[in-house]
Design a protein around this ligand. Structure first.
Ligand code: G6P
Length: 621
């Protein structure tokens, strides 16, 4: 949470910082601020509560000019989202400016200490103590900013990605990280810090990761990385394949719509090179899993634990069904924030599959560490190259979704499901629980998913009136109920999450069979039912559940299988998905709900790409 950016080079820093913040705004939008070291050698700070546009408007007539600066977009934790609590924060002298993402857990004791020594605090944030603590080191004789930063790091508890600059040491930025993301961009005669690579794609595709417990000193010409104890670290830059264009809206009114429409291509990329023809068969190809198997690490595995949060958790519910059905192995999906405090039963017999599109979700990372310490083997799924997850796991499977800018996840959901699909078939092959014929026949169907998505989007997509009409009557509702059975239940949970995230309509996802045990009381003519009623062994059961609510006058929107004409008898509105094996339906069935959430939010005038109170990367617990 919170987006941070730093620039040092020869260009005017302000437009670079503002543009970077625009790309990072999805990480938090309670306030925005910049600090620029101007040509007179003064640090000029501008900050405003609210969205970045408030800051941009405030500085439009008098932009600070200078060749280095830092910028921040905030998701408030300590201190309400106002101008004063906005970052950057400065020390008592105004010589230092600092931005931070994360939470300093021992900030109160540090603040007390610093106040007792005469430091004057202006904000309620935990961040401000960092500026004063560095100031104190310098006052007590630290030879330079780098030493001062290095001295304070061991005293901090909690999570941080921070960038600091000093008016007394121009041409230099120092960044440090622990449990919060920070990457370095290596440009031509210029260097950058940023919370993630999308902020820098316009300037460079050469990036270096910074690990927890490391800090970096960057100048226009040089990048140096050190561990907290001062040892220099050699790191080779990564070349990022994403191009700047892929992080633009491309004529769509919102990133969310663009990303929904990009799902067929994203699904295709997630499957690319993971399905291989072999003679007249198809085989799942995941080299990373083969390597794990060859190393003997999978030999004693008798169960799987899945760890994730939010949309990634719903992807894990879909993964569970495939893993259990095909690889015949017990699977427990856990919400990561619950797992880590549950004293979980986990050990060397456990394969952990952790899913986090950002690769940075604090609870997921902490749970992975816990599982590893207990001897589990961990496979991580993420969209972010070099993210924290990749450093914690035994192997990483990349989602290859491309940049996902909108806060509500769509592309990363379907690519997680695609990756889990091939993984489940790979484990079925290794465990010999499905024969080659069955695997081939499933993979042939998997291969058709991108094209089926394309067709589905053509039918229910942008120009489709039915979905927009349905959104019109959904928009005034205060509440909605989503139901499904089996994997359809996971789709219902994800559908409900999308609707509440984007349109702020209260929504619940329930197992269809559980409706009659309580939630049915909530249904009436103003509370619609959204049902996953695709062909499966439980189709008729779902239809019975729909009938139960129709008797209570609730309106029904159904996602059904193409060709199912009877469904019209049970629903006011129907969205069809193509016929496919029932365990493969979810990646398709989720799409009408995504579009419905989108158009409902449009009707309600919501802030679609940046829903209130949310952030795309959740680095706090
Ligand atoms: C936030 C986002 C959700 C996302 C969840 C987990 O809450 O708003 O869209 O599903 O974090 O994120 P992760 O990066 O771990 O998949």
């Amino acid at each position: 949470m919170c987006g941070i950016i730093g620039y040092v080079g020869e260009q005017n820093a302000t437009p670079i910082l503002i543009d970077g913040l625009a790309r990072l705004e999805y990480r938090g939008y309670d306030s925005a601020g910049i600090a620029v070291l101007d040509s007179q050698g003064a640090i000029v700070v501008h900050k405003r509560a609210g969205k970045l546009r408030n800051l941009s408007n405030a500085i439009s007539s008098s932009q600070p000019h200078g060749v280095q600066g830092i910028g921040h977009t905030r998701w408030a934790t300590h201190g309400e989202p106002n101008d004063i609590n906005a970052h950057p924060h400065v020390d008592c002298t105004g010589d230092l400016a600092l931005i931070h993402n994360g939470i300093i857990e021992n900030y109160q004791e540090l603040r007390k200490e610093l106040m007792a020594e005469g430091h004057v605090f202006t904000s309620q944030t935990d961040t401000e103590i960092l500026a004063h603590a560095i100031e104190r080191e310098l006052a007590q004789g630290a030879e330079n900013l780098e030493t001062a930063v290095r001295n304070i790091l061991p005293k901090l508890r909690g999570a941080y990605a921070m960038v600091v600059m000093s008016r007394k040491e121009p041409g230099k930025l120092i960044g440090a990280r622990n449990n919060a993301p920070l990457i370095i961009g290596a440009g031509n005669g210029e260097s950058y810090f940023a919370s993630d690579m999308t902020a820098l794609l316009k300037h460079t595709r050469s990036m270096l990761t910074l690990n927890d417990g490391e800090y970096a000193v960057i100048t226009a010409a040089d990048i140096r990385i050190h561990t907290i104890d001062g040892k220099q670290v050699q790191r080779t830059p990564i070349h990022v394949e994403w191009d700047a264009q892929s992080a633009e809206k491309d004529g769509y009114p919102h990133y969310l719509l663009k990303e929904i429409m990009e799902q067929p291509a994203a699904a295709q990329r997630a499957l690319l090179s993971r399905i291989k023809p072999l003679d007249d068969r198809l085989v799942p190809q995941i080299d990373e899993i083969d390597a794990l198997a060859q190393s003997g690490k999978l030999k004693n595995i008798s169960r799987i634990i899945m760890l994730a949060c939010g949309t990634s958790y719903y992807a894990s519910l879909i993964g569970r069904a495939m893993l259990e059905r095909w690889a015949r192995i017990p699977v427990e999906p856990w919400v990561a924030s619950e797992f880590r405090y549950a004293d979980p039963v986990v050990g060397p017999d456990t394969l952990v599959i952790a899913i986090t599109q950002s690769g940075e979700t604090a609870d997921t990372i902490a749970s992975v560490r816990l599982a590893k310490e207990s001897g589990a083997v961990v496979v991580g799924l993420t969209n972010m190259v070099g993210s924290a997850l990749t450093r914690e796991v035994d192997v990483t499977l990349y989602l290859n979704a491309g940049p996902e800018i909108s806060v509500p996840a769509t592309k990363t959901f379907v690519t997680s499901v695609m990756t889990l699909t091939v993984l489940a078939l790979k484990l079925a092959e290794l465990r010999d629980t499905l024969d080659a014929f069955a695997i081939t026949s499933l993979l042939r169907q998997v291969e058709t998913i991108p094209a089926k998505m394309e067709k589905l989007l053509e039918i229910v997509g942008v120009e489709n009136n039915t979905i927009q009409q349905t959104a019109k009557w959904l928009a005034p509702c205060q509440s909605a109920m989503f139901i499904g059975r089996g994997s359809g239940y996971a789709v219902a949970r994800e559908g409900a999450l999308k609707l509440k995230e984007v349109s702020y309509i209260h929504a619940e996802g329930y197992q269809a069979g559980e409706l009659k045990h309580g939630p049915i009381t909530l249904l009436d003519e103003f509370t619609p039912l959204l049902a996953v009623a695709t062909h499966s062994i439980v189709y008729e059961k779902v239809i019975s559940n729909i009938q139960e609510v129709r008797a209570r006058r609730a309106k029904v929107i159904a996602v059904a299988t193409e060709g199912d004409e009877l469904i019209h008898k049970h629903a006011e509105s129907v969205f069809y998905v193509p016929e496919i094996d029932e365990l493969l339906v979810p990646a398709l069935a989720a799409i009408p709900f995504q579009l419905l959430a989108y158009y409902t939010a449009v009707e309600r005038g919501c802030d679609i790409d940046q829903p209130r109170n949310l952030a795309k990367s959740v680095t706090v617990e």
